[in-house]
Design a binder for this molecule. Structure first.
Ligand SMILES: Nc1nc2c(ncn2[C@@H]2O[C@H](COP(=O)(O)OP(=O)(O)OP(=O)(O)O)[C@@H](O)[C@H]2O)c(=O)[nH]1
Ligand SMILES: [Mg+2]
Length: 244
């Protein structure tokens, strides 16, 4: 077994980070390592967290990670930098939002920069990075993306469970339909439920999703640490159903 393969299988974060960098750069040296790691993948629970800019995806991942750590699960986080002009400093922002876990040896956080690549982050890069975290022994892996364009269907196909995060203040629910979120959701999360309108939003979502693609709706407040145990239970239940 080659050196990095053994290191990664032993849970060496630095070896994993190096391999992901090689994957991002399209470095051919990554190919044989990925091949050798392939038999050790397929174990992790992969959860896509998607939704509009600023819905609280990173905050929610931070809270969910706390929950999964209490359950002694190792957590991998892949945050896709969407090259969005709105979230210009996404990588830094994510690291601030997930600061509770930056020094936890059971949590691996990595941003994947879509910058420069036409059409955003290549899906293959994401899939390969996911394999690295899986082989690294992460039990739960979150992929954070802003659901824009064709990318989101690709991410939904990579993640075993896709959670679509929205807010009570979103207003025009038709936008969700237009953005293609309804089709890809296995679960809906109305985050910022500490703000007014959460019940109404949850109800409308439930009605909409019943018509398009039935998916359970959860209400959370990442800010007030509410609704997270229920959401984790919901994610685990869905995970069982959709397991390949
Ligand atoms: N009131 C309230 N604010 C929240 C909640 N969750 C997150 N926020 C705030 O919403 C803002 C955006 O949170 P993020 O976690 O960065 O959202 P995001 O969806 O990851 O954002 P992008 O990655 O930029 O799309 C921050 O100011 C958070 O503090 C919540 O439950 N309630
Ligand atoms: Mg974010």
């Amino acid at each position: 077994m080659s050196f990095p393969v053994r290191q990664i299988r032993n849970g060496d974060f630095r070896a994993a980070a190096k391999l992901i960098t090689a994957i991002e750069r399209g470095d051919p040296s990554a190919v044989p390592i990925l091949k050798a790691l392939a038999p050790y993948t397929g174990r992790a629970q992969v959860i896509g967290i998607t939704g509009p800019v600023g819905a609280g995806k990173s905050s929610l991942i931070n809270e969910l990670t706390t929950g999964y750590r209490h359950l002694r699960r190792r957590v991998g986080i892949l945050a896709v930098d969407p090259t969005s002009p709105v979230t210009g400093g996404a990588i830094l922002g994510d690291r601030i939002r997930m600061r509770d876990h930056l020094t936890d040896p059971g949590v691996f956080i990595r941003s994947l920069a879509a910058r420069g690549a036409p059409g955003g982050l290549p899906v293959l890069v994401l899939a390969e990075a996911l394999h690295v975290l899986d082989a690294l022994g992460m039990d739960v892996i979150f992929i954070e993306t802003i659901g824009i364009g064709q990318d989101q269907t690709a991410v939904a196909s990579i993640a075993r469970t896709t959670a679509v995060v929205v807010n009570p203040t979103l207003g025009d629910e038709v936008q969700l339909l237009k953005a293609g979120f309804m089709e890809i959701a296995d679960i809906f999360v109305v985050n910022k439920a500490d703000l007014p309108g959460a019940d109404r939003m949850a109800l409308q979502l439930a009605e909409l999703s019943d018509a398009v693609n039935p998916a359970p709706v959860f209400k959370t407040s990442a800010l007030k640490h509410e609704g997270l145990d229920e959401l984790i239970k919901g994610l685990n239940d869905i995970g069982k159903k959709t397991r390949r």
